[in-house]
Design a protein around this ligand. Structure first.
Ligand SMILES: [Zn+2]
Length: 108
């Protein structure tokens, strides 16, 4: 996969993640505004909010990783492991387009 192809793929992925984050934010605004419910309903809603917060945090972490991978491509080190400097396996990019580490150095 060429650097340009990876860049295009990452940019598309970034759009998707940004859309997801917007949906989570809309959900959070919507549910936190409602306070006139009975306790049971509120409890259920709070549980749901926690899940959304978790997904939101995940999406933000993913976005940060995508940005990082994109900036590494821009500085022509996108195909190198950030830890050991070896070339990152092509297969790894297929599994994880925003990989910045080789298989050896990847955090499990
Ligand atoms: Zn490495």
């Amino acid at each position: 996969m060429s650097a340009n192809q990876r860049k295009t793929q990452l940019e598309q992925l970034r759009e998707e993640v940004l859309e997801r984050i917007q949906r989570y934010e809309a959900h959070q605004r919507h549910t936190r505004g409602a306070l006139d419910k009975d306790l049971e309903e509120q409890a259920l809603e709070i549980q749901g909010d926690d899940v959304v917060d978790l997904l939101d945090n995940e999406a933000r972490a993913e976005l940060a990783q995508i940005e990082k991978a994109l900036s590494r491509i821009d500085t022509h080190v996108g195909d190198r492991c950030e830890v050991c400097g070896e070339l990152i396996e092509t297969q790894r990019f297929h599994a994880l387009p925003y990989a910045t580490r080789c298989n050896e150095c990847a955090i499990p």
